[in-house]
Write a protein that binds this ligand. Structure first.
Ligand SMILES: NC(=O)c1ccc[n+]([C@@H]2O[C@H](COP(=O)([O-])OP(=O)(O)OC[C@H]3O[C@@H](n4cnc5c(N)ncnc54)[C@H](OP(=O)(O)O)[C@@H]3O)[C@@H](O)[C@H]2O)c1
Length: 161
């Protein structure tokens, strides 16, 4: 089962200059709690932006530059097709944690999305894919406010066809 997890602005903003735009403590805690002990999948830029493997999770990185990763605990894929094939063969929940290119690659085959929807709009250079609301059942899990910024944890489950 494939889940996307992301924090997005009002216009689907994801990041700028290979960094996050917003730093929301409760969102970081929610991300950790949700992904802990699972497999997490990311693109090279996101891995480099985080700077080290996420603890207590199996870290999978998609890249054609494996020489840039010098941590033997990271599982590296250089083929999106092979990665998708391996992930689709498992029942366990696997989290796609970014960035934009990985969300784009997995959007159409994801079963679930954990989206932190931030009531703010900022300059960005990467965006989450356009969401067709007709394809998903959306639930608001919790509404929060931090540093004057309102945001909500939401879960989207793909509608059965
Ligand atoms: N708001 C959020 O929740 C959130 C979460 C995560 C990331 N972000 C932000 O997103 C931005 C990074 O996103 P991004 O799209 O630039 O980068 P990314 O998806 O993290 O990584 C892109 C890299 O992944 C590899 N890759 C992607 N598709 C591939 C394929 N089909 N085959 C082989 N390798 C492939 C390539 O590496 P090679 O060039 O080595 O081949 C590509 O350059 C940052 O600003 C980050 O802060 C935001």
């Amino acid at each position: 089962m494939i889940s996307l997890i992301a924090a997005i602005g009002k216009n689907n903003e994801l990041g700028k200059d290979n960094a996050l735009i917003w730093h929301l403590k409760k969102d970081s805690a929610y991300f950790k709690e949700t992904t802990l002990n699972h497999r997490v999948v990311m693109g090279l830029n996101t891995y480099l932006s985080i700077g080290s493997p996420l603890p207590k999770r199996t870290n999978i990185v998609l890249t054609t530059h494996k020489e840039l990763i010098n941590d033997e605990n990271i599982i590296i894929y250089d083929s999106l097709d092979k990665l998708k094939k391996d992930l689709l063969n498992t029942r366990e929940e696997i989290f796609i944690i970014g960035g934009a290119s990985l969300y784009q690659a997995f959007y159409s085959i994801a079963d679930k999305m954990y989206l932190t929807e931030i009531e703010d709009s900022q300059d960005a250079d990467v965006y989450f894919p356009k969401i067709d609301q007709n394809d998903w059942n959306k639930k608001i899990i919790e509404e929060l406010e931090e540093n004057g910024i309102k945001y909500a944890f939401t879960i989207y489950e793909r509608k059965l066809k």
